[in-house]
Ligand binder design. Structure first.
Ligand SMILES: [Zn+2]
Length: 297
């Protein structure tokens, strides 16, 4: 996939005497890119865009360059499964099973919770260890931010507040997207926690702040107004898929000799699609024969 330039970024920092850490993101371009690649309906754009935004921030939390975070939402709603993967450089990719899902608006808003339904959020962290870390939580509302908040509380035991928002233009392209993750450090005082809870309750929504022209820095400054706050890092984030013909061919090889022999017997080139970025890869019969030599069993 081609690299694209974008204005998207993530900031991270500390506030309130290091009792709170925060991540905040602007992700319009990457959500718009996901919309273009997958041809998502407004509801699916909002659902996938929120998960991509949360995933990009969670990727940026990783300690090692090779760490990967995958978020999977399996609900019983019409949108089907959503999957997002992000790396430590905040490269993020994702897809949704039914990108064209259309639902009536609920209270004047896109009904993401209705599209997702009841189900489970699974977070898989590949930290280069033998077994990846897996955490699971039941969906609270299917609105995604609340579900991630619940995941942090139940699986990681970190009091966290997640806010995510995707706002559409009238022509259904992405107008704004972004969000933040606020986490209490273990030594945070009751006073700080309740002060922040009050501010979060008054915050309205990410999309309202972004549509008023605020940046992630502005949003955090508003939230921590009157408290000390330091931005420690600013990093770009983008929609990026690392698939290639070589990687896809390895995946085909891994399905084994028998299956590849069947494909060769059919005498037609095969086409493999990448779910994440919708790239198409073609393999000729001759290429399949080469792959057969590398296949096991
Ligand atoms: Zn791809």
């Amino acid at each position: 996939m081609e690299h694209t330039t974008s204005g998207d970024y993530i900031i991270r920092g500390m506030a309130a005497d290091n009792q709170v850490r925060f991540f905040a993101a602007y992700t319009k371009d990457l959500v718009e890119e996901a919309r273009t690649i997958h041809g998502t309906s407004p509801t699916a754009t909002a659902a996938l865009g929120r998960l991509l935004t949360g995933g990009a921030m969670m990727g940026s939390m990783c300690k090692n360059d090779t760490d990967l975070v995958t978020l999977q939402i399996k609900g019983d709603g019409p949108i089907g499964t959503l999957i997002v993967t992000a790396d430590a450089q905040a490269n993020v990719k994702g897809y949704v099973r039914n990108p064209q899902v259309i639902l009536p608006a609920k209270n004047g808003k896109l009904d993401v919770g209705g599209a997702v339904g009841n189900g489970v959020l699974t977070v898989i962290k590949d930290l280069g260890l033998r077994e990846p870390y897996t955490g699971q939580t039941n969906l609270v509302s299917g609105e995604i931010a609340e579900d991630l908040t619940s995941y942090f509380a139940s699986s990681e035991q970190i009091p966290t507040s997640v806010a995510l928002g995707v706002l559409m233009n009238k022509n259904n392209t992405v107008r704004h997207a972004g969000g933040f993750i606020i986490q209490m450090m273990p030594f945070a005082t009751e006073e700080t926690i309740s002060a922040l809870e009050e501010r979060l309750a008054l915050f309205t929504s990410v999309t309202r702040h972004l549509d008023a022209g605020e940046t992630p820095e502005d949003m955090m400054a508003a939230l921590f107004d009157g408290m000390d706050m330091t931005i420690e890092q600013k990093m770009p984030t983008r929609f990026y898929c690392n698939c290639s013909k070589e990687r896809v061919s390895r995946a085909v090889i891994s399905i084994g000799k028998k299956e590849i022999e069947k494909m060769i017997a059919e005498g037609e080139p095969i086409e493999v699609n990448c779910h994440f970025c919708n790239s198409h890869y073609q393999f000729s019969v001759d290429e399949l024969k080469e792959m057969l030599k590398k296949a096991a069993g």
